[in-house]
Design a binder for this molecule. Structure first.
Ligand code: ZN
Length: 257
């Protein structure tokens, strides 16, 4: 195999490995998204549960307060029944009325808190059912990841081994360049040279569509053990079947004439 053929083979294997990896990544990504949503729901639930607990505690404190005030009023009323002078009686009466007012306020506030507790409780119930639903989605996504792994796993191992073996055949200084081009061009480190105009012998890069000088196209044919790059995007250029046929046809024509 020529170096050009070797790098082309590596390119094809790399494409297969990337394609298989992508199938795994899609499933994993979906699973992660669903898990993240579940985590958000659970955090929301925990926060609400804390709020629920605090509101409940506040509400029961207020109830206690109301009961204490009630007791105090009863005591004062008993005293009122035993006092003998008017001045003392009116003082007690004023205190009782003041306490009645404050008891009313405390009870009102307790009612508001109770309503909040109920509201929070129903939000919690709603969240719990959302969490249950989301758990089902996460577990389905987990199953999907597992299936993909089983489906793709063996093939991925095999293709990766082939890709690595193909890479071992290529001079080691070329591999980092190949890998960098893979990253830069989304797994497309090679591009075909394209004939734009046969008469004027104009060529371009099938990756970035920029012009390729004729001598680079020539070297693709005359120096198969040298890698030729596109001057614009730096991809390694290769001769595809279309270009080969065009060149062969021209050579045949030239021979005739
Ligand atoms: Zn290019």
């Amino acid at each position: 195999m020529t170096l050009q053929e070797q790098i082309y083979e590596l390119f094809l294997l790399e494409k297969q490995v990337r394609g298989l990896n992508r199938r795994l990544e899609v499933a994993t990504y979906q699973h992660d998204q669903m898990q993240a949503k579940l985590n958000r729901l659970q955090a929301q639930h925990d926060e609400l549960a804390t709020q629920h607990k605090q509101t409940q505690a506040h509400s029961s404190t207020l109830e206690h307060q109301a009961r204490d005030v009630e007791e105090r009023i009863t005591t004062l009323r008993d005293q009122m029944a035993t006092v003998t002078n008017n001045k003392e009686y009116s003082a007690l009466l004023i205190e009782v009325n003041t306490l009645k007012l404050s008891k009313g306020k405390v009870e009102e506030e307790a009612l508001v808190q109770m309503e909040q507790v109920e509201g929070l409780q129903s939000q919690l119930t709603e969240l719990m059912s959302q969490i249950e639903e989301q758990k089902k989605l996460v577990s389905a996504a987990e199953g999907e990841v597992k299936n993909r792994r089983e489906e793709v796993g063996a093939e991925l191992t095999e293709r990766t081994a082939k890709r690595d073996a193909a890479a071992d055949q290529i001079p080691s200084d070329i591999i980092p360049v190949f890998n960098r081009l893979c990253d830069q061009h989304d797994g497309e480190p090679l591009a075909p040279a394209v004939e734009d105009n046969a008469k004027r012998m104009e060529y371009s890069c099938g990756g970035c569509y920029m012009t390729i000088p004729l001598e680079r196209v020539n070297s693709l044919f005359t120096q198969p053990d040298t890698l030729t790059t596109c001057p614009s995007c730096q991809r390694f250029l290769y001769v595809d079947d279309v270009l080969r046929e065009q060149m062969d046809a021209r050579a045949a024509k030239n021979q005739k004439s």
